[in-house]
Design a protein around this ligand. Structure first.
Ligand code: TRP
Ligand code: SF4
Length: 330
């Protein structure tokens, strides 16, 4: 039997290239070796986007289309919506009963978000419990492995502690302790050299049309020490060169030589990058166009996946009821 994987993303906006190389490419590779559950974490999105929910439905579909276009295959994997499976909240409640406040207040992601996010009020009851809901997500499916970025490791550690505490309190063996799959993924910086993030407005989105990609890439920051066209460049400190490394490795050395000798100018270098990247993304964009024309199909994929997820989640939660002496549901 294949080991099970669960992972998810919050539908808070358009997905960008960082999501592709940091997560989706990896999800796609895992599909054959594992039984995968990929979840649109809309409850988690609500924890920060609760003031304006108008984009949520659109983001749910649009992100799913990006997943499918990247190669997530609904014949192999279960693609589902978190809020469509009510047991996520049921288990979140159960786990909340015994998760100490200290574990949550100490969580580095929590402290960081409270410090850094200024556009929303995250001093809420639910937001403190963010990792508890994430633990519920993972444990409901008894996932053995969770592919996540490094920033999510504290949540995985909490999930293990919560699983251990549940099993100990209720003398159960229901929950395995999940492990992270941390595959080394290239860290793509944004157009301005800062972390790629929607809130910095420096992303290349998976849904950006070709002319937008060209324009954005044309405006990318380059080696700050190369002021004049005749100045020699330093590719190791140039974000454009890093993009070659990730997307066009076959051109990387040539660009490096051209840059160092000043035979290649930044404008041409970026034009080449745009052309190469657009070429590489072509299959993705074509699939995306197809799904955009048939959103009904995407909705059916989500409905089917959510139904499958519901069956697994209901099974686990009835074990939880049993272990805790809660009444069985009719
Ligand atoms: N917290 C994750 C993120 O922001 C999203 C997420 C929600 C998740 N539930 C999950 C990831 C369960 C892995 C497993 O990226
Ligand atoms: Fe960067 Fe290319 Fe300009 Fe060199 S030539 S500094 S790699 S953009």
């Amino acid at each position: 039997m294949k080991k099970r994987i669960l992972s998810g993303m919050r539908p808070t906006g358009k997905l960008h290239l960082g999501h592709l190389v940091g997560a989706l490419d990896n999800w796609v590779k895992l599909q054959d070796e594992y039984e995968c559950f990929f979840m649109v974490a809309d409850w988690h999105a609500l924890m920060s986007e609760y003031e304006d929910t108008s984009q949520l439905a659109e983001n749910r579909i649009d992100n799913t289309i990006d997943w499918l276009s990247a190669g997530v295959d609904p014949e192999k994997s279960t693609v589902f919506i978190q809020s469509g499976v009510r047991e996520h909240l049921d288990l979140y409640m159960v786990l909340s009963c015994f998760t100490p406040l200290g574990w949550l207040e100490r969580c580095p992601t929590y402290k960081e978000q409270l410090r850094e996010v200024t556009t929303r009020n995250l001093h809420t009851y639910a937001f403190l419990g963010y990792p508890v809901l994430q633990a519920a997500d993972i444990l409901l499916y008894k996932a053995g492995k969770v592919p996540v970025g490094e920033d999510q490791l504290p949540h995985l550690e909490l999930t293990r502690e919560i699983a251990r505490r549940f099993n100990g309190l209720y003398k159960s063996k229901i929950f395995p302790e999940p492990e992270a799959i941390l595959t080394p993924t290239p860290r793509l910086l944004g157009l301005d050299g800062r972390k790629m993030s929607k809130s910095y407005n420096n992303t290349l989105n998976l849904s950006d049309p070709e002319e937008v990609l060209r324009k954005k890439i044309g405006n990318m920051f380059t080696d700050p020490k190369r002021v004049l066209r005749t100045d020699k460049g330093h590719p190791e400190t140039c974000n454009v060169h890093a993009y070659y490394g990730v997307f066009l490795p076959e051109q990387k050395d040539e660009v490096e030589r051209g840059c160092r000798s000043a035979s290649l100018g930044c404008t041409d270098c970026k034009k080449m990058l745009a052309a190469g990247l657009i070429e590489k993304l072509k299959p993705f964009h074509e699939r995306r166009e197809g799904f955009l024309k048939d959103k009904a199909k995407v909705k059916r994929i989500l409905e089917k996946g959510t139904e499958k997820a519901r069956a697994v989640a209901a099974g686990t939660f009835s074990e939880v009821r049993e272990a805790m002496g809660l009444p069985r549901l009719a």
